[in-house]
Design a protein around this ligand. Structure first.
Ligand code: GLU
Length: 299
């Protein structure tokens, strides 16, 4: 029987690929290849003002260079307006959406994948229908307590708890929120396991609430430990982290980068150069190192 395992790469084309992205991509690739499943490449270019022209192509090149190929796509979120609109209509019909004219500043942070800090709990000001006239509204999802708990494949049990409040599905400027787009896309692509960085662990309960509200099947989730710099800060595109491109241009080989990442995941005993393919047969995702990894490669 053909495998039904399906996962995805979901880069945001807002800058260069860094070792944190590459480490998660390596785990995703190894898991898909080991399971005999498929990987969909999805470009999360929904927050158009933050998109850096050319970065999607550069990310594809980095994937190819590292030997982390995909089977379907690329699918671009920027071309999926109708699908998000349909899902929104379904939630509206179920009475789970309301317009909100609360501060733009707060709303601006929501379309991008949130990283760690979820910000203040939305107090539900506009839930009772008191919106400021003449102000274009954002649309919020009614997120009732408790927020769903789940069992993360790598991080273990994530308890149910108090929600962070009703969250935005579409910003006042018309940009779809990451939370809605990712759920609609993962469902349409029939993703069975979401593998991504641990910075998105706390987004998962909101996504599970949307899966349920939309009647979709909830996939498994596996959140991979982050890569941090020598000061313990998460490597992030916006902090100009060492990029895969700069490592390549500095003369490092793809096998050297994969070797360092594989060792950091506990897949190999040393960081000796290796090809991703050579790691497939012994790969067991449940055994990878959970802890954050400090990127401090041997020069
Ligand atoms: N686009 C997100 C990122 O690059 C990943 C979102 C996801 O995997 O759900 O951080």
């Amino acid at each position: 029987m053909a495998s039904t395992y399906r996962t995805r790469f979901a880069p945001s084309p807002t800058g260069k690929m860094h070792p944190g992205h590459a480490r998660t991509a390596l785990v995703t690739w190894l898991q898909a290849r080991k399971q005999g499943g498929a990987i969909v490449m999805r470009v999360e270019d929904i927050d158009r003002p933050r998109v850096v022209p050319g970065s999607a192509d550069a990310i594809f090149r980095d994937h190819e260079w590292l030997g982390l190929d995909w089977d379907e796509g690329p699918v671009f979120q920027s071309s999926r307006d109708e699908a998000y609109q349909r899902a929104l209509g379904q939630l509206e019909a179920a009475g789970m959406v309301y317009p909100c004219t609360c501060s733009r500043k707060e709303i601006a942070a929501i379309a991008s994948a949130p990283h760690g800090d979820e910000g203040p709990r939305y107090p539900g000001t506009c839930r009772s229908g008191v919106t400021k006239p003449g102000k274009p509204p954002a649309l919020r999802f009614v997120f009732e307590d408790p927020s769903p708990g789940f069992e993360d494949v790598l991080c273990g049990p994530y308890p149910e708890g108090r929600t962070g409040g009703d969250f935005v599905l579409r910003r006042a400027d018309g940009i779809w929120a990451y939370q809605l787009a990712v759920v609609v896309d993962d469902d349409e692509a029939e993703i069975t396991e979401v593998i991504r960085g641990a910075d998105l662990l706390s987004s998962t309960p909101r996504q599970i609430a949307l899966y349920r509200a939309l009647g979709y099947r909830v996939p498994r989730f596996a959140h991979v430990g982050l890569v941090v710099d020598a000061d313990g800060n998460r490597l992030a595109t916006r902090h100009q982290a060492t990029s895969i491109e700069s490592l390549r241009e500095g003369g490092r080989s793809a096998e050297q980068v994969i070797g360092e990442l594989a060792c950091s995941l506990g897949l190999t005993a040393t960081s000796a150069p290796i090809r991703a393919e050579e790691l497939v047969s012994a790969f067991d995702m449940t055994e990878i190192s959970r802890s954050p990894f400090t990127w401090n490669p041997t020069p």
